[in-house]
Write a protein that binds this ligand. Structure first.
Ligand SMILES: Nc1ncnc2c1ncn2[C@@H]1O[C@H](COP(=O)(O)OP(=O)(O)OP(=O)(O)O)[C@@H](O)[C@H]1O
Length: 223
């Protein structure tokens, strides 16, 4: 087993524990018994060359890929992707409200009958990511950095205890990349989120993550 974890006492009810994760894609073993743990308030960065299996790891942890092994989290993790995956025609607030779908229900969401409390939460999430006042702006009229902040606000609106972020700054310029990673780190610290993120750039991982691991040949190693 490839167990790389902080002291067990640090993993509270809100953290993430992955044990013996195995995933095959296209007939090949991509993950071969990956185990890790992320405590609430902690940022764990996964590095690795292209094709190492970083996206596969996050998608399996999110329950989006068939796998064997155990994934334990208090609730379904929230996901932030490299390409934001925002609905362009919706406002920033509308995109954040999508994060509340699990509570509000598809029918009310389709009719845009969002409860006042969820609208207030969406505005609060936008404020927490530094976008107060931009709630009404269409997503396709936001900058790349602002769009990634909306994606993070949408994840916050899910109220998930675990945030999975796949190359969240790959499409951003260096200044925006640092600002978004600082935001993710601060949200972990102040709101107790357990954050598992994939990053290409070791220098950024070194600056913004509490711990780093490298995925190589299907297993986790020290960086
Ligand atoms: N849909 C798929 N079907 C079959 N094999 C796949 C599929 N998606 C990815 N793979 C393979 O799984 C392996 C891991 O891919 P993955 O996308 O997880 O790597 P990655 O580390 O995220 O790469 P990158 O940094 O380039 O995004 C690769 O060998 C890839 O070719």
């Amino acid at each position: 087993m490839n167990l790389v974890a902080p002291p067990a006492a640090r993993i509270g009810a809100g953290g993430l524990v992955v044990d013996g994760l195995e995933v095959r894609r296209g007939g090949q073993a991509v993950l071969r018994g990956v185990s890790l743990a992320v405590a609430p308030g902690e940022v764990l960065a996964i590095e690795g060359e292209s094709g190492a299996g970083k996206t596969t790891l996050l998608r399996a942890v999110a329950g989006l890929l068939p796998h064997s092994g155990q994934v334990s989290a208090a609730a379904r993790p929230a996901l932030v992707f490299q390409q934001h995956a925002l609905a362009n025609r919706l406002s920033a607030r509308g995109n954040v409200l999508v994060g509340t779908l699990g509570r509000v229900g598809f029918l009310r969401a389709t009719l845009r009958l969002w409860p006042a409390a969820e609208r207030a939460l969406a505005d609060d999430c936008l404020e927490r990511v530094g976008l107060a006042g931009l709630g009404a702006r269409r997503a396709d009229r936001l900058s790349g950095g602002q769009r990634q902040r909306v994606a993070i606000a949408r994840a916050l609106a899910q109220r998930a205890p675990v945030l999975l972020a796949d190359e969240p700054v790959a499409s951003l310029d260096p200044g925006n990349a640092e600002a978004v990673l600082a935001l993710i780190r601060d949200l972990a610290r102040h709101e107790g989120l357990a954050v598992l993120l994939c990053l290409h750039q070791p220098a950024l991982a070194q600056r913004f993550a509490d711990r780093r691991l490298r995925l190589h040949e299907g297993r986790l190693h020290p960086p």
